[in-house]
Design a protein around this ligand. Structure first.
Ligand code: PMP
Length: 365
């Protein structure tokens, strides 16, 4: 007999999620461009909703009824096809748990969101990675990795940590190539950063098919990461499965109120998208100009850029130079990207400063 409870072997294989940091190695507080948060914060309307007392002695609405109705109005979805979660993280985990288990496989691209591996392992399923092509998700590789045991496919679009994006035709090709009993989860955490013409068609697939779930979050463009609110939409049997296993009161009263108010301020969303996409283009151009020093930008449609360091200046050196200049960005050696830094798009002044720090480090190196 063991002298203490024994962790399940599949749980033992999980490495705890390491969040983006806001402190330097010396403990100094830095400007945090490491967690893909909105530099504009959130809508004034959401702030006002958060300032109202939420009645902390009472449980929240367990079904987030008003919030789901409002999401449905904004996106043209029947609220019965929507389920809310404690961030979209919870919903990704629930999707794996409801549709995969020991002996099953959960498939995703090599460079994609780390929670997919955790979600697969949590439920005892086997995580399977399909190779990327130059850091972009490859539909042929995903389809080629499907086996009789595949139960869930996770696809982030735009993708984290690469920022790359698959257009509608590719998403439809992936869906068409999957057996109908495989659940395709299209994670649109950064979906609001796409321009209208770039719609990847995920919502339309979720509306039309029994095996597509789309997840979204209030953590990114809506600037409500601290409130932990996400949502998923798909066929009623998918929503029903997630409802059975979610926490009964999984979205707080203040979170529901803030999200409802935030949905009512689409001007803030449009402004955030415009500012992000403008600064992202400027920053990408500044880094592309350092190509002769081996810096390379992975094309991004999200609110961050992955920069690869393929010359004398290493990602570690660049990370230290940025910390010295007051900025925390994301280095992901544990995810097979020791030569890359993922940098959230901040405001213009911050991105100019970061470009200057990187140019100086590359030229001095
Ligand atoms: N999906 C992707 C691709 C992400 O990058 C993130 C946030 N890092 C999430 C989902 C989860 O975000 P949240 O739980 O805050 O909704």
């Amino acid at each position: 007999m063991a002298d203490k409870p024994t962790m399940k072997p599949w749980i033992e294989k999980i490495h705890a999620y390491v969040p983006g940091k806001s402190k330097g190695a010396d403990g100094r507080e830095l400007i945090k461009l490491s967690a893909n948060e909105n530099p504009l914060g959130c809508s004034e309307a959401a702030l006002a909703a958060l300032a109202e007392p939420a009645g902390p002695a009472r449980y929240p609405d367990p079904d987030a009824t008003t919030l789901r109705t409002k999401i449905g109005e904004v996106h043209g979805i029947n609220s019965a096809r929507i389920v809310c979660g404690t961030g979209s993280d919870e919903l990704l985990n629930l999707a794996a748990q409801a549709f995969a288990g020991p002996g099953d496989e959960v498939l995703y691209a090599r460079f994609s969101f780390v929670v997919y591996e955790i979600a697969a392992r949590r439920c005892g399923a086997t995580p399977v990675e399909a190779p990327d092509v130059d850091y972009a998700t490859d539909v042929d590789a995903l389809l080629g990795a499907v086996t009789e045991s595949t139960r869930v496919v996770f696809l982030a679009n735009p993708n984290n940590p690469t920022g790359t994006y698959l257009p509608r035709g590719e998403i439809e090709r992936l869906h068409a190539g999957l057996p109908q009993e495989v659940l395709l989860v299209i994670d649109q955490a950064y979906g609001e950063y796409l321009e209208e013409a770039e719609d990847d068609g995920g919502m339309a697939l979720a509306a039309a098919h029994e095996n597509v779930l789309v997840t979204r979050t209030f953590s990114k463009i809506y600037g409500l990461a601290g409130e932990r609110i996400g949502w998923a939409t798909g066929a009623p049997h998918l929503v029903d499965a997630l409802n059975r296993i979610r926490g009964p009161f999984n979205v707080t009263t203040s979170g529901q109120r803030a999200a409802i108010a935030a949905l009512g301020d689409q001007a803030f969303v449009a402004e955030s998208r415009a500012a992000n996409n403008r600064e992202r283009a400027r920053f990408a151009e500044a880094i592309a100009a350092l190509g002769n020093h081996g810096l390379r930008v992975v094309p991004s449609k999200a609110n961050f850029l992955l920069i690869l360091f393929e010359g004398r200046l290493t990602a570690e050196q660049a990370l230290r130079a940025l910390a010295g200049g007051g900025y925390a960005v994301r280095h992901l050696p544990g995810q097979g990207l020791p030569h890359g830094l993922r940098i959230t798009i901040g405001n213009r002044e911050q991105m100019t400063e970061i470009s200057n720090i990187l140019r100086k480090a590359a030229e001095d190196g």
